[in-house]
Write a protein that binds this ligand. Structure first.
Ligand SMILES: [Zn+2]
Ligand SMILES: [Zn+2]
Length: 193
């Protein structure tokens, strides 16, 4: 924005240019001119700094993307759902569809009755993974450089087996959304359950 050339003490151009707004220096006049120049979103509104789209278009694009994920997902009726579910709107996990439903009902009074119901997805568990090789690498950090090569593959496999057993028995399990399974629950609503 309002780029200007820089001069040395003798008044000679040094061949670089600065942005007239923030004074950042650029190699070419063109890039200096673009600096601090507002980006206009294709819709005509000025976009926030460092962004291509305005806020409205950004959220419209996000909504479109999320809708596509939903459209592509296999649809599972809520009555058939078992296990935790995830509410996309609130980014909340619920132990079961019923527990999501309870919170949905609880908040009914505060909700705009015309608001689109949130997309709800099934979840999949991820357990604890303990990687024998990485654990050994970490444990042997202060040893001589190729200390790890002194442990034969069989011994590493044995440790891995023991770690797997431990992880199965004691490692925590968490959940993340499974975007392949969308829970259909408007039907459930009409059943009045
Ligand atoms: Zn600038
Ligand atoms: Zn826009």
């Amino acid at each position: 924005m309002n780029a200007f050339p820089l001069f040395n003490a003798e008044g000679k151009r040094v061949g670089v240019f600065a942005c007239g707004n923030c004074r950042k220096v650029y190699e070419t006049e063109c890039t200096a001119a673009l600096c601090c120049e507002p980006t206009v979103c294709p819709c005509g509104v000025v976009a926030p700094r460092y962004r291509i789209l305005c806020e409205a278009c950004t959220s419209a694009a996000l909504e479109q993307r999320q809708q596509r994920v939903w459209d592509d997902a296999r649809k599972l009726p809520a009555v058939e759902s078992s296990g935790p579910v995830w509410n996309e709107d609130t980014d909340e996990f619920h132990d079961s569809f019923d527990s999501f439903w309870d919170s949905w009902e609880d908040e009914a009074d505060e909700r705009d009755p015309d608001a689109t119901p949130p997309r709800v997805f099934a979840c999949e568990p991820f357990g604890t993974v303990l990687d024998a090789e990485r654990i050994l690498e970490h444990a042997l950090e202060d040893h001589h450089e190729d200390a790890i090569s002194g442990i034969d593959d069989g011994a590493v496999a044995q440790l891995q087996q023991q770690l797997d057993g431990w992880a199965r028995e004691h490692g925590p399990t968490s959940w993340h959304p499974n975007y392949d399974i969308a829970i259909i629950w408007d039907s459930r609503k009409s059943e009045g359950t």
